[in-house]
Design a protein around this ligand. Sequence first.
Ligand SMILES: O=CCCC(=O)O
Length: 470
Amino acid sequence: MPIATTNPATGQVLKSYDPMSEEQIDAAIGRADLAYRQLRGTTIAQRGRWLTAAAELLEADRDETARLMTTEMGKTYAAAKAEVTKCAAACRFYAAKAAEFLADEPADAGAVKAIRAFVRYQPIGPVLAVMPWNFPLWQVMRFAAPALMAGNTGLLKHASNVPQTALLLEDLFRRAGFPEGAFTTLLVGSAEVDRVLSDPRVRAATLTGSEGAGRSIAQIAGRELKKTVLELGGSDPFVVMPSADLDRAAEVATTARCQNNGQSCIAAKRFIVHADVFDAFAERFAANMSALRVGDPMDPDTDVGPLASEGGRDEIHAQVRDAVDKGATVLCGGEPHAGPGWFYPPTVVTDLRPEMRMWSEEVFGPVAGLYRVSSYDEAIEVANGTAFGLGSNAWTRDPAEQERFATDLDAGNVFVNGMTTSYPELPFGGVRNSGYGRELSALGMREFCNIKTVWVGEGAASAGAGAHAE
Ligand SMILES: O=CCCC(=O)O
């Protein structure tokens, strides 16, 4: 895939880049390593000032940055502006919370025959971040903000279709005051990931992307014995039970499915509805989906912009066609828009069966699968019936059912009566084929720390070798 900006609303290539040479990659890793040695010697307060400056720059340049993202991957301008604001908030969050998250944690010294025992969180070095195009700023920031605050440095291999956003990120951290090399964008193709992650100076990797990309990174990291955090795909269930507020559930279902033009790993994708309320929900949901305006992502009246690539648009249409050919029913949408740009209408498909691709695959666009179930147990069976386990939603006003969903949904996140969303304050990640490890919160920051146990005895005369040897 060429490293280039192609406007998904028009199909026009706007800017292309040559990939970096081997020498340039090597020099960038060298700078990241040098910057790590420098950064780990700085105080949390100093790094917090730099990250706060990054937040201020993001806020000052919000509209321009948002326009660039919309041009590169097609999200609506309104959504892009919200993404910039969310990134600034994450910077402020980690600038404020890092001292608490990285503070030494005392342990029970007596229980381990020490006079003092504690856990210390220390940085580990340059971390490779392989990131996707769907939230081109946010996905990077939720790694970079905690990593830089912890004293690590970042090497970004961004998706090839968002090179300008990738370069903007490097420039942002430099302008904010971080040392040269603290955050570097590598303009390289996927083939170079092996070389970068195999370099002994690179200590770990984080990836948000497809299951295939996750397997490939995990293989390299396994060979090199390096830590990874993987946030992969999802086919999030959205379960609606008879006691749910149907109007609200249908409204949130529409937003949850079509946010970011349907291209979010935590978008609700499979709508699993109890038979008692199926028809009432389906009618509301299809009406809401049909009412969304598809068009120019820069137009403030647009709800759904183009898919990010022609291949992405063709893939979701192939998934819909496969279902229809095998007997599914389309309640709305289902045909790509003619004309330039990669637009696809909000679509609802029902009468799905296990032999259809939509049953088990992630659908990365504004296409919803609607499933009828006749009991709580069947809802859980269908909800947990894919290999994924990222986000999940349950709609019920019954407190006992809310508790059961929280336990029974096999996912990294369960949102009851609301839309799955990532927050800096809450851990984010998946189980099963949706990956492992957590981003955000204190847990996300500590993923790339040396969680060091420190045990201090009284000294040779009183503690003795025997005590230590136990
Ligand atoms: O694509 C997945 C991430 C979505 C988010 O963090 O809001």
